[in-house]
Design a protein. Structure first.
Length: 235
Protein backbone atom coordinates (compact mmCIF):
# COMPACT_ATOMS: atom_id res chain seq x y z
CA UNK A 1 0.00 0.00 0.00
CA UNK A 2 2.88 2.36 0.80
CA UNK A 3 4.45 1.86 -2.62
CA UNK A 4 1.07 2.42 -4.29
CA UNK A 5 0.59 5.60 -2.28
CA UNK A 6 4.02 6.85 -3.35
CA UNK A 7 3.32 6.09 -7.01
CA UNK A 8 0.03 7.96 -6.88
CA UNK A 9 1.68 11.03 -5.36
CA UNK A 10 4.56 10.98 -7.82
CA UNK A 11 2.07 10.57 -10.67
CA UNK A 12 -0.04 13.47 -9.37
CA UNK A 13 2.98 15.78 -9.05
CA UNK A 14 4.26 14.60 -12.41
CA UNK A 15 0.93 15.42 -14.05
CA UNK A 16 1.03 18.89 -12.49
CA UNK A 17 4.51 19.34 -13.90
CA UNK A 18 3.46 18.13 -17.37
CA UNK A 19 0.46 20.48 -17.34
CA UNK A 20 2.71 23.36 -16.33
CA UNK A 21 5.27 22.56 -19.03
CA UNK A 22 2.48 22.22 -21.62
CA UNK A 23 0.99 25.54 -20.58
CA UNK A 24 4.23 27.52 -20.76
CA UNK A 25 5.14 25.88 -24.08
CA UNK A 26 2.17 27.68 -25.64
CA UNK A 27 3.00 31.00 -23.96
CA UNK A 28 5.24 33.89 -24.96
CA UNK A 29 8.77 32.46 -25.11
CA UNK A 30 10.19 35.70 -23.69
CA UNK A 31 8.32 35.06 -20.42
CA UNK A 32 9.79 31.57 -19.95
CA UNK A 33 13.09 30.80 -18.22
CA UNK A 34 14.64 27.61 -16.97
CA UNK A 35 17.75 25.56 -16.56
CA UNK A 36 19.39 22.47 -15.19
CA UNK A 37 22.48 21.57 -13.21
CA UNK A 38 24.51 18.48 -12.35
CA UNK A 39 26.56 18.46 -9.14
CA UNK A 40 28.93 15.94 -7.58
CA UNK A 41 28.91 16.29 -3.78
CA UNK A 42 31.16 14.62 -1.21
CA UNK A 43 28.06 13.58 0.78
CA UNK A 44 24.44 14.60 1.22
CA UNK A 45 23.67 16.98 4.10
CA UNK A 46 20.20 18.49 4.49
CA UNK A 47 19.39 20.97 7.25
CA UNK A 48 22.44 19.75 9.13
CA UNK A 49 21.24 16.14 8.90
CA UNK A 50 23.56 13.61 7.28
CA UNK A 51 21.25 11.82 4.86
CA UNK A 52 24.17 9.68 3.67
CA UNK A 53 27.96 9.93 3.57
CA UNK A 54 28.47 8.56 0.06
CA UNK A 55 29.48 10.65 -2.94
CA UNK A 56 26.25 12.04 -4.39
CA UNK A 57 25.30 13.06 -7.91
CA UNK A 58 22.56 15.65 -7.62
CA UNK A 59 20.51 16.90 -10.57
CA UNK A 60 18.19 19.87 -10.73
CA UNK A 61 15.78 20.86 -13.51
CA UNK A 62 13.46 23.87 -13.33
CA UNK A 63 11.16 25.89 -15.55
CA UNK A 64 9.61 29.26 -14.72
CA UNK A 65 6.75 31.20 -16.24
CA UNK A 66 6.19 34.68 -14.87
CA UNK A 67 6.02 34.16 -11.07
CA UNK A 68 5.52 30.39 -11.15
CA UNK A 69 8.25 27.73 -11.05
CA UNK A 70 8.22 23.94 -11.12
CA UNK A 71 11.43 22.22 -10.01
CA UNK A 72 12.56 18.58 -10.14
CA UNK A 73 15.56 17.60 -7.99
CA UNK A 74 17.18 14.21 -7.42
CA UNK A 75 19.99 12.64 -5.39
CA UNK A 76 21.88 9.63 -6.75
CA UNK A 77 23.78 7.79 -4.02
CA UNK A 78 26.98 6.12 -5.26
CA UNK A 79 28.77 3.16 -3.68
CA UNK A 80 28.14 -0.58 -3.46
CA UNK A 81 24.38 -0.03 -3.51
CA UNK A 82 24.13 2.82 -5.98
CA UNK A 83 20.60 4.11 -6.45
CA UNK A 84 18.41 7.17 -6.79
CA UNK A 85 18.04 7.96 -3.10
CA UNK A 86 15.62 10.88 -3.29
CA UNK A 87 13.39 12.76 -5.71
CA UNK A 88 11.84 16.13 -4.81
CA UNK A 89 9.21 18.07 -6.73
CA UNK A 90 8.66 21.74 -5.86
CA UNK A 91 5.87 24.06 -6.99
CA UNK A 92 6.63 27.71 -6.19
CA UNK A 93 5.11 31.15 -6.55
CA UNK A 94 7.41 34.13 -6.00
CA UNK A 95 6.55 37.81 -6.15
CA UNK A 96 9.29 40.44 -6.23
CA UNK A 97 8.49 44.05 -5.47
CA UNK A 98 10.08 47.37 -4.59
CA UNK A 99 8.95 49.61 -1.74
CA UNK A 100 10.60 53.01 -1.36
CA UNK A 101 13.57 51.80 -3.41
CA UNK A 102 13.94 48.72 -1.18
CA UNK A 103 13.84 45.29 -2.84
CA UNK A 104 11.76 42.48 -1.30
CA UNK A 105 10.37 39.12 -2.32
CA UNK A 106 7.66 36.81 -0.97
CA UNK A 107 7.28 33.14 -1.88
CA UNK A 108 4.84 30.35 -1.17
CA UNK A 109 5.12 26.78 -2.30
CA UNK A 110 4.75 23.04 -1.91
CA UNK A 111 7.41 20.29 -1.85
CA UNK A 112 6.89 16.57 -2.30
CA UNK A 113 9.76 14.39 -1.03
CA UNK A 114 10.16 10.78 -2.16
CA UNK A 115 12.95 9.39 0.03
CA UNK A 116 13.98 5.72 0.17
CA UNK A 117 10.47 4.54 -0.72
CA UNK A 118 9.13 6.84 2.00
CA UNK A 119 7.49 10.16 1.39
CA UNK A 120 6.50 13.38 3.04
CA UNK A 121 5.21 16.78 2.02
CA UNK A 122 5.88 20.36 3.04
CA UNK A 123 4.32 23.74 2.41
CA UNK A 124 6.35 26.88 2.92
CA UNK A 125 6.46 30.65 2.93
CA UNK A 126 9.58 32.75 2.45
CA UNK A 127 10.43 36.41 2.69
CA UNK A 128 13.60 38.14 1.53
CA UNK A 129 15.18 41.57 1.63
CA UNK A 130 18.09 42.93 -0.43
CA UNK A 131 20.01 45.64 1.38
CA UNK A 132 20.07 48.96 -0.48
CA UNK A 133 23.49 49.76 -1.99
CA UNK A 134 25.01 46.65 -0.41
CA UNK A 135 25.59 43.16 -1.91
CA UNK A 136 23.82 41.57 1.09
CA UNK A 137 20.64 39.54 1.21
CA UNK A 138 18.51 38.27 4.12
CA UNK A 139 15.95 35.48 3.80
CA UNK A 140 13.54 34.00 6.35
CA UNK A 141 11.77 30.73 5.50
CA UNK A 142 9.16 28.68 7.36
CA UNK A 143 8.49 25.08 6.28
CA UNK A 144 5.55 23.09 7.60
CA UNK A 145 5.59 19.30 7.17
CA UNK A 146 2.01 18.19 6.58
CA UNK A 147 2.62 14.47 6.21
CA UNK A 148 5.10 12.06 7.82
CA UNK A 149 7.17 14.27 10.13
CA UNK A 150 4.55 16.76 11.40
CA UNK A 151 6.97 19.55 12.23
CA UNK A 152 7.81 23.19 11.53
CA UNK A 153 11.27 24.33 10.46
CA UNK A 154 12.51 27.93 10.61
CA UNK A 155 15.52 28.93 8.51
CA UNK A 156 17.23 32.31 8.60
CA UNK A 157 19.90 32.88 5.95
CA UNK A 158 22.20 35.80 5.31
CA UNK A 159 24.36 35.93 2.20
CA UNK A 160 26.41 38.28 0.05
CA UNK A 161 27.87 38.43 -3.44
CA UNK A 162 31.45 39.31 -4.32
CA UNK A 163 31.83 39.93 -8.06
CA UNK A 164 35.27 39.24 -9.51
CA UNK A 165 34.67 39.68 -13.24
CA UNK A 166 33.28 36.30 -14.38
CA UNK A 167 33.66 34.75 -10.90
CA UNK A 168 30.98 35.33 -8.27
CA UNK A 169 31.69 34.29 -4.67
CA UNK A 170 28.73 34.05 -2.28
CA UNK A 171 29.55 33.47 1.40
CA UNK A 172 26.55 32.68 3.60
CA UNK A 173 25.45 31.72 7.09
CA UNK A 174 22.26 29.80 7.91
CA UNK A 175 20.51 29.16 11.23
CA UNK A 176 17.87 26.44 11.58
CA UNK A 177 15.30 25.76 14.32
CA UNK A 178 12.87 22.80 14.53
CA UNK A 179 9.51 22.48 16.26
CA UNK A 180 8.09 18.94 16.41
CA UNK A 181 4.42 18.36 17.15
CA UNK A 182 5.23 15.78 19.81
CA UNK A 183 6.77 18.54 21.92
CA UNK A 184 10.45 18.60 20.97
CA UNK A 185 11.80 21.94 19.82
CA UNK A 186 15.32 23.33 19.73
CA UNK A 187 17.86 24.97 17.46
CA UNK A 188 18.95 22.51 14.81
CA UNK A 189 22.16 23.68 13.18
CA UNK A 190 24.33 26.67 12.30
CA UNK A 191 25.86 26.45 8.83
CA UNK A 192 28.66 28.46 7.25
CA UNK A 193 29.33 28.12 3.54
CA UNK A 194 30.79 29.51 0.37
CA UNK A 195 29.19 29.17 -3.05
CA UNK A 196 31.13 30.07 -6.17
CA UNK A 197 30.05 30.40 -9.80
CA UNK A 198 32.19 31.04 -12.87
CA UNK A 199 30.43 32.16 -16.03
CA UNK A 200 31.72 30.19 -19.01
CA UNK A 201 29.37 32.04 -21.37
CA UNK A 202 25.98 33.73 -21.26
CA UNK A 203 24.11 30.52 -20.41
CA UNK A 204 26.72 28.11 -19.01
CA UNK A 205 28.45 28.17 -15.64
CA UNK A 206 30.75 26.03 -13.52
CA UNK A 207 30.18 26.21 -9.78
CA UNK A 208 31.32 24.87 -6.42
CA UNK A 209 30.19 24.75 -2.80
CA UNK A 210 31.98 24.24 0.51
CA UNK A 211 30.08 24.19 3.79
CA UNK A 212 30.47 23.45 7.49
CA UNK A 213 27.49 22.76 9.76
CA UNK A 214 27.54 22.88 13.55
CA UNK A 215 24.87 20.45 14.71
CA UNK A 216 22.96 20.50 18.00
CA UNK A 217 23.95 17.42 20.03
CA UNK A 218 20.55 17.44 21.76
CA UNK A 219 18.93 16.97 18.33
CA UNK A 220 21.23 14.03 17.56
CA UNK A 221 23.30 15.96 15.03
CA UNK A 222 27.04 16.06 14.49
CA UNK A 223 29.28 18.72 12.98
CA UNK A 224 29.64 18.13 9.24
CA UNK A 225 31.91 19.40 6.48
CA UNK A 226 31.18 18.77 2.81
CA UNK A 227 31.52 20.25 -0.64
CA UNK A 228 31.11 19.67 -4.32
CA UNK A 229 31.42 20.93 -7.87
CA UNK A 230 29.02 21.12 -10.77
CA UNK A 231 27.98 22.66 -14.04
CA UNK A 232 24.76 24.48 -14.88
CA UNK A 233 22.88 25.75 -17.90
CA UNK A 234 20.16 28.43 -17.92
CA UNK A 235 18.05 30.17 -20.52
Amino acid sequence: MKVLKNKKKVLSCGLIGIMFFSFVSTSNAQEISGGFSIDVMSKYIWRGIKVHNKVAIQNDLYLSYKNFTVDFWSDYKTGDKSKVDEVDITLDYTKKFTLKNEEFFLSAGYIYYDINEEDTQEVYIKGGYKFLNLPLFLRVSIYRDIDAIQSTYLEIKGSGDINLNSLILSPYVTFGYYWYDEGENDWNNLEFGLDGSYLLDEHLNAHFQAAYSIGNDDMGLEDEFWGGVGIGFSF
